[in-house]
Design a protein around this ligand. Structure first.
Ligand code: NUP
Length: 231
């Protein structure tokens, strides 16, 4: 999937569901209910490993007209091993995946980006993380990561709704980027904090997956987006 594919999905919704655990009402129960409210689904590594590649593939193919799918594998390895992972991501039917930016270009991100382009996958790079400890080391490298990624035309980023100054700065540095923003709900950011700071999509996990009635939760989220004027 390319940049314009994401922009089209954005017209439907600003929301990506993060699935790291089996949703309370099962994955297919949730994906049936969320069709009109959610643009994308991000599967975390624990969920992918627990379900297995063939089950993930069955789900992505069944719902490929309803959602885009992101593999949150946070790739942080040499290009060769990264390439093996990207092949698997493609086989499982994902449209996009997430890599870390701190691995640098030569022998890593350059090869990863090239492979992503060859396979028609969209690459998101983690520019800054959402948890408090990210400020100790990782987030100090935010500017270098974004400037490095810019050199090879990376236009997808993960940036935290819990620390929205990074989203604002990223939007200034790369006005066309697709910015996906976690931290809303369970990690304390408010619904709309990411979007109002310049993110393209907000990622919400446990607030939806652990809900016994996700439809009610999704409608609540939509009405907050409307109240805050971000949709
Ligand atoms: O910095 C990051 N923070 C974060 O929470 C980068 C991420 N990719 N995530 C992911 O977003 C995390 O792995 C999880 O899948 C999701 C947030 O879920 P929740 O806190 O809403 O349950």
């Amino acid at each position: 999937m390319n940049l314009s594919g994401f922009i089209k999905f954005r017209e439907k919704s600003p929301l990506i569901i993060a699935v790291d655990v089996e949703p309370e009402i099962s994955i297919e129960g949730l994906l049936e209910q969320a069709k009109n409210y959610v643009a994308g689904v991000k599967f975390g590594l624990p969920y992918i490993l627990r379900k297995g590649a063939s089950e993930i593939k069955r789900i992505t193919y069944r719902y490929r007209d309803n959602y885009f799918f992101i593999a949150d594998i946070k790739l942080a390895d040499i290009g060769f091993v990264g390439g093996l992972m990207i092949d698997l991501v493609k086989e499982m039917g994902f449209n996009a995946f997430i890599a870390h930016g701190f691995i640098g270009l030569e022998g890593a991100l350059k090869e990863i980006k090239k492979k992503a382009d060859e396979l028609g996958l969209f690459l998101f790079v983690v520019a800054a993380m959402s948890h408090p400890g990210a400020e100790e080391i990782f987030n100090r490298n935010f500017i270098s990561i974004v400037e490095t990624c810019k050199k090879i035309g990376i236009d997808g980023y993960v940036a935290p709704a819990t620390l929205p100054r990074y989203i604002r700065e990223l939007r200034d540095l790369n006005p066309n980027a697709v910015i996906i923003s976690p931290g809303v709900g369970a990690q304390g950011a408010r619904v709309g904090d990411g979007i109002s700071s310049g993110a393209t999509f907000e990622i919400v996990g446990r607030r939806i997956t652990l809900s016994r009635d996700p439809l009610v939760t999704l409608r609540e989220l939509m009405s907050i987006y409307k109240d805050r004027g971000v949709i």
